[in-house]
Design a protein around this ligand. Structure first.
Ligand code: F6P
Length: 389
């Protein structure tokens, strides 16, 4: 039988808890953060823990996605932590996640070495269900992106009471107007593009800025337009590099001897492929090289000097913006309210001015890509930004 471990010796009855529990079926909930981290995860954890305490519920934090349940022996204090007020004090503004995360621990396709040493994907979902039962978990809050929410939905189908919270800097989750982490990433990318303007102009160079955005170009589009890029290449619009080169040449003819090109990591040329570095068992393809490909080709086509800057994981780091903190806190408290209202198999979603919840089945396996008729796309075109088409 697994034991609950607390990092601090103060997980006694909460003095501020409400008198009545709205759902006597719930005493203990668990929270997991999965997939790539995003600024705002800690704010969600804080809101879940405090909202749950307010109802007299205990919250267990599972370490590194589901790893804390699958391999508890790997964690000195145990794979599950009883989260107290003290654990979540002063964390709203911190990036990362106090629980840790992983994007290679899908319990339904868990990478394990076979007899030949090669990684194979095996189903360890029963182990998670057994561990949840051993910890007397009555409901689960699963914070994550498309992969983590699909996993949450599968646990819901297996009888777990679960509420999902949408997280990703890529903003590519369906049924919610925004995910937390996106605003912070756009803000940082825009600042970087601002900084690149002066050095690009001083050296008469083409600066290519690669940003995250695997299937959807929200970060590239928003930061590119806000940062006044000259061309923006998105996964949604396969590009013709000759069009981008023509834009650079046009600018030179009109006296601008530099150009800023923003490229989403998932952008690809017409008839070409996404730039993939590797694919390992139990995780998504690792992308990389989209910016460098554009840089090389532009240099060849224009004969001008070009450089690549890859913002990559910098976009996931740092403090969440005020907007992301607020959204994350709203999502966390809405997740607990949803459980208290008896909901399960749902994801909390921003539908301004409210946070509502939608069935996880409507989100799992679906992607919110930038619509080609989006107002921001029209704005970019009106401003003369080249979208590569
Ligand atoms: O969170 C999604 C994302 O930011 C993608 O845009 C990117 O491809 C991926 O994470 C990279 O994640 P990691 O390098 O952690 O595997």
């Amino acid at each position: 039988m697994a034991t609950k471990v607390s990092l601090k010796p103060d997980d006694t009855e909460d003095p501020f808890a409400r008198e009545s529990n709205p759902d006597p079926m719930i005493r203990t909930i668990a929270i997991t953060t999965g997939g790539g981290d995003a600024p705002g995860l800690n704010a969600v954890i804080r809101a879940v823990v405090l909202s749950a305490l307010d109802l007299g519920w205990e919250t267990l934090g599972i370490r590194d996605g589901y790893q804390g349940l699958l391999s508890p022996e790997k964690y000195p204090g145990g794979g599950v932590i009883t989260l107290t007020r003290q654990h979540v004090r002063g964390i709203t503004h911190l990036g990362g996640t106090i629980l840790g995360t992983t994007n290679r621990g899908n319990p339904f396709a868990y990478p394990m070495p076979g007899p030949d040493g090669e990684l194979r994907e095996i189903d360890r979902s029963e182990d998670v269900l057994a561990a949840l039962e051993a910890h007397a978990v009555d409901a689960l809050v699963a914070v994550g992106g498309d992969g983590s929410l699909a996993i949450a939905n599968r646990f819901h189908e297996r009888g777990v009471r679960v509420v999902g919270v949408p997280k990703t800097i890529d903003n590519d989750l369906d049924e919610t107007v925004a995910t937390f982490g996106f605003d912070t990433a756009v803000q940082f990318a825009t600042e970087c593009i601002d900084r690149l303007h002066s050095t690009a102009e001083a050296h008469h160079r083409i600066m290519v800025v690669e940003v995250m955005g695997r299937y959807a170009g929200w970060i590239a589009l928003y930061a590119g337009v806000a940062g006044t890029a000259d061309a923006i290449l998105l996964p949604e619009i396969p590009y013709d590099i000759h069009k981008v080169a023509a834009k650079v040449e046009d600018r030179c003819r009109t006296g601008a001897s530099f150009s800023i090109i923003v490229v989403a990591e998932g952008a690809r040329p017409i008839g070409g492929r996404i730039a993939v570095i590797s694919k390992e068992a139990g995780r998504s393809e690792r992308l990389g090289g989209a910016g460098e490909r554009v840089t090389r080709e532009l240099q060849t086509l224009t004969g001008r000097e070009a450089r690549t800057v890859v913002l990559g994981h910098l976009l996931r780091g740092g403090k969440p913006s005020a907007r992301d903190r607020l959204l994350a806190l709203r999502f966390g408290s809405a997740a607990v309210r949803a459980l208290a209202d008896g909901a399960s198999g749902v994801m909390v979603a921003l539908d301004p001015p409210v946070v509502r919840h939608v069935p996880l089945s409507m989100v799992a396996g679906r992607m919110k890509r930038v619509p080609l008729d989006a107002d921001t796309i029209a704005t970019a075109r009106d401003l003369g930004v080249c979208l590569g088409d």
